[in-house]
Write a protein that binds this ligand. Sequence first.
Ligand code: CUA
Length: 333
Amino acid sequence: MIHIVVVGILVIVFAVLTYVGVNSVDLMPVQASAQAVPIDWMWNWQVIAISFLFALIMVPIFYSMIVFRRKKGDTSDAEHIEGNTPLEIAWTVVPLIIVVAFAYMGAYSLGESRRITDTNAMVVKVKAQQFSWTYEYPQGFASSELHLPVWKQVILKMEAVDVIHSFWVPEFRVKQDVVPGRVTEYRITPMLEGAYKVRCAELCGSNHAFMEGPVIVSSQADYDTWVAEQIEIASAATPEGRGRKLVTENGCLGCHSITPQPGPSAPSWFGLFGSQVTLADGSTVTADEAFITESILDPAVKEVEGYSPTVMKPFTFTTEELADIIAYIKSLK
Ligand code: CUA
């Protein structure tokens, strides 16, 4: 009897230590959406159950190994045990109750994370393609950044151009596949202002790991300012304005960058025009209209040093569109 009491106390102590230890390593990023609350609630109960079960298995094993160790020279058999009905009923019924409870919690969390709290929620169309995210806003412009006002429910209607991707902002917790030929929905209510990242969570090709994009949650006022700016840029009837729109809509900025830093998986366009580009064979070429046009229509012809040409698929544009894109690239300096 004394052994059971000691083991019982040790199990509780060890379970608490395990729970505190697991929680001290910051398993989850900040909780940035209303949908994250029921998910984290369920997750926390799972960690409690896991900590307890871990202690319940480990403590008796180590306790038995130390306290009931075979004495030197003792070759007798251990005591034969003929079953214990109350114990067997207990270890069948208790886990059953726990599993049913978790099934209920899972169903409840799923329901909560999909709950419609705003029947007039803003709809943003999401286009996923290898290897970028593009968003079409109800105000009629597209962007490679997802901007959301805080505390407003938004529906993302998501479509994939090529293969299966998965939309995942860890701070929002909810994850949704994006499938070609089908529109999947993702309902989210951001509740914490900040800059996050969407990551593709479905292996979709060689640059899957770099398929990321900025997600910015801001006040309604900041969001409105950003929207007004975007509308102005999108309506700009200059060649650079049209070029910017084209590269945004086609997801180019998922891989390329427009800052001096190289993009996630492709060269930067900043200061590119007129510069000397080193190719994989060591030769150099001037980044003029001809080179940029060829690199868009047939990226595999001239392989830029340090980048695999097979990552980028050939694009098709009209001569006017190409001129607009080149005008935009020229403006980046
Ligand atoms: Cu898209 Cu992985």
